[in-house]
Design a protein around this ligand. Structure first.
Ligand code: AHR
Length: 659
């Protein structure tokens, strides 16, 4: 698979100095259109890994809010001078409510906090912002009034930085929900939440919840605003959700089942997150999926930020790295029905069964679903035979829905070869390729798709990232070494837009205190966020995707690693601009003239947006969030020719109006 420059590129990357040379010319012909760019070409991959959903973008601040973790009081501590055995009991109404069986029964005799109090530690602490409002809500049941609930936010020493009192107004023996809003008066990164009880009596509590007031679009019970904003800023073409291996489950019983993630939040049955103990060295036994971020919210998020929804569904196989459980072929029907019903949920009329569910959740208009993945990293003949049944049913009922098929875990090897060959024979719409590889692999594979058949199945680069230290090892860094290698590789994706129709870096989010997998595109703590250099590379591609790929070459050859230079070009017919992407992956500046062939001319002024750092280990951080980020400058163009002195280790995006 190595192209003929591969060895040179590998050698140069970080080790070899290339002497700057002049009189080399990159020639672009904007008249020569090679391919159309799919408007949804550059997207994002979302998975609830690294506390990306619960403890991440789903803004709930209370961990184990409904006492359903395997230890019912995980995340909670109880204290109080009047606390006696039996004062705080976990009850289980399994028969009456199997989705949300447990609740807390409180018997109070308190008059102050020291008497009886429960404290929640949040997801590695609770981020508290001075001046921000917080919505506290709870489901309760009591037969007579008498107990008031005091909700407090505190710092780690217990100092109160915001509080409120909730006086339950019903006492009819039925479950009710009540909420109250209060303001915090200090900023604390790792705060806590107290709930203490005043008065004498018994009260049952469930779904004790706290959301910040600055959620995305200020939606109650919504998503973390700063995290969605970084996605929105990228203008991604699609959102792939909910994963990833989480689709498959460790075993079939813990697979992702979208129907269990829609409807009222309190009815969504929580399950363990498959990443909680997957990596022994990064175990997170308190990692669960509440599905507060469920399929409705994924569709809504996609719509909010102008991205096509791309759901991936289980194909009747559990993760083949784990149990590898299979659904017998003659029992696959409910899985296939889930896929068909998802189209109805997303697009169906409000009178249809699942369209009605969507409408009742607040979205009568369709979500306009156009594509769906069947299986994540599944492989083998078992995958092919299950996929065939899904495909037949889907194409019969919804022929317009494009199906994404898996090519397994790796971009080469026996598994890949079997699937790639078979899927192409089956005339797969789109084949999902994954590559978590060393930066050098990305450099040496920039020409990977140049030889792919233009007329057959299309490719979705559905998960990829350059791993600087080894696949998924804890020492991987989101450094410039990995990001510039991805930028170089992506010139090859862009050049081959006739084949590669979508691409997404993976994974998307990581909580600094609770991650399992690195590298990741965006890192958060309880209060802050930063995009990695890899994020900015993705963003640059997405914001500069253009509409048509045009011919670009040097010495009549594609530019895919010779002298460590990688380049691609697109035009944007809506703005009549030429957009050139050039990566210099060598340690020396390199001089190139860029000139045009064909009928078009460049305007006298354009702009250069550049990411550059001479230190390949350089990275962003909370304290220096934009150290590696695009910097813009004016570019003067003389006589239809750009003279580029390309900085060492630089990714350059040039935008020039055409005449
Ligand atoms: O992105 C992390 C994991 O990598 C995904 O869940 C899986 O599809 C891949 O192996």
């Amino acid at each position: 698979m190595l192209n003929k420059y591969a060895m040179a590129a590998i050698a140069m990357f970080g080790f070899l100095n290339v002497t700057a040379q002049s009189n080399k010319t990159i020639v672009i012909n904007p008249d020569k259109i090679i391919a159309q760019v799919n408007p949804a070409m550059w997207g994002v991959f979302f998975e609830d890994i690294n506390m990306g959903a619960d403890g991440g973008i789903y803004a709930e601040l209370i961990k184990n809010r409904s006492f359903e973790f395997y230890k019912p009081l995980m995340g909670w501590t109880k204290k109080g001078t009047k606390l006696k055995e039996g004062d705080l009991l976990i009850l289980n109404r399994q028969e009456k409510d199997s989705n949300n069986p447990r609740f807390l029964r409180v018997s109070s005799r308190g008059s102050s906090k020291v008497d009886l109090c429960i404290t929640n530690e949040g997801f590695r602490g609770i981020g508290i912002k001075k001046g921000l409002s917080y919505d506290f809500s709870v489901f309760y049941r009591q037969s007579s009034s008498g107990v008031k609930l005091h909700a407090e936010l505190t710092d780690s020493t217990g100092k109160v930085v915001g509080s409120t009192v909730l006086v339950p107004d019903k006492a009819d023996g039925n479950w009710s929900r009540q909420s109250v809003t209060f303001i915090a008066n200090e900023t604390i990164e790792k705060g806590r939440f107290n709930l203490w009880f005043e008065g004498t009596g018994q009260i049952d509590l469930d779904i004790i919840s706290l959301f910040p007031g600055d959620t995305w679009k200020k939606r109650k019970g919504g998503l973390r605003g700063d995290m969605v904003q970084l996605l929105a800023d990228m203008k991604p073409g699609f959102i792939r959700f909910p994963g990833g291996c989480i689709v498959e489950g460790h075993e079939l019983s813990t697979r992702y089942q979208w129907k269990k993630t829609v409807g009222p939040v309190e009815n969504r049955k929580l399950i363990v997150n498959r990443w909680n103990t997957e990596f022994a060295h990064r175990a997170a036994p308190d990692y669960y999926q509440t599905f507060g971020l469920g399929f409705y919210e994924y569709f809504q998020l996609s719509e909010d930020i102008g991205a096509e929804p791309l759901p991936i569904l289980n194909c009747g196989m559990a993760c083949q790295f784990n149990t590898a459980e299979l659904v017998p072929l003659d029992e696959l029907e409910p899985y296939i029905q889930d896929a068909l019903d998802l189209v109805e949920f997303a697009n169906g009329d409000v009178t249809s069964r699942w369209g009605k569910v969507r409408a009742e959740m607040g979205h009568p208009a369709p979500f306009n679903l156009k594509m769906m993945g069947i299986g994540n990293e599944n492989w083998g003949p078992q995958y092919l035979e299950r996929l065939a049944l899904f495909t037949k049913a889907m194409k019969e009922r919804y022929p317009q829905i494009k199906l994404i098929n898996s090519s397994g875990t790796d971009p080469v090897g026996e598994r890949f070869d079997l699937l790639n060959t078979s899927l192409r024979k089956m005339k797969a719409d789109v084949i999902d390729e994954h590559y978590y590889r060393a930066p050098e692999w990305f450099l040496s594979n920039a020409a990977r798709y140049d030889s792919y058949d233009r007329t057959g199945s299309k490719v979705f680069a559905g998960e990829y990232a350059a791993h600087s230290a080894g696949v998924a090892v804890v020492t991987n860094k989101n450094n410039w070494r990995s990001a510039i290698a991805e930028a170089a590789f992506m010139t090859g994706l862009e050049r081959n837009a006739a084949v590669v129709q979508m691409a997404s870096y993976a994974p998307l989010f990581a909580n600094v205190d609770a991650w399992q997998w690195a590298p990741d595109m965006i890192w958060v703590d309880n209060l802050k966020i930063y995009g990695t250099p890899n994020y900015y590379v993705q963003k640059l591609y997405s914001l500069n995707k253009g509409t048509d790929v045009v011919d670009i070459h040097e010495d009549n050859k594609v530019i895919a690693g010779k002298d460590s230079i990688y380049a691609s070009a697109v035009t944007d017919k809506t703005t009549n601009e030429l957009i050139i992407k050039v990566v210099n992956a060598s340690s020396s500046a390199q001089v190139r003239d860029i000139s045009l062939a064909g009928s078009k001319k460049m305007a006298a002024k354009g702009k250069l947006v550049q990411m550059q750092n001479s230190d390949l280990e350089a990275a962003n951080s909370f304290d220096n969030a934009i150290k590696l980020s695009p910097k813009e400058q004016v570019l003067k163009i003389k006589n239809n020719r750009i003279s580029m002195d390309m900085q060492p280790y630089s990714f350059n995006v040039i935008r020039v109006p055409l005449k």
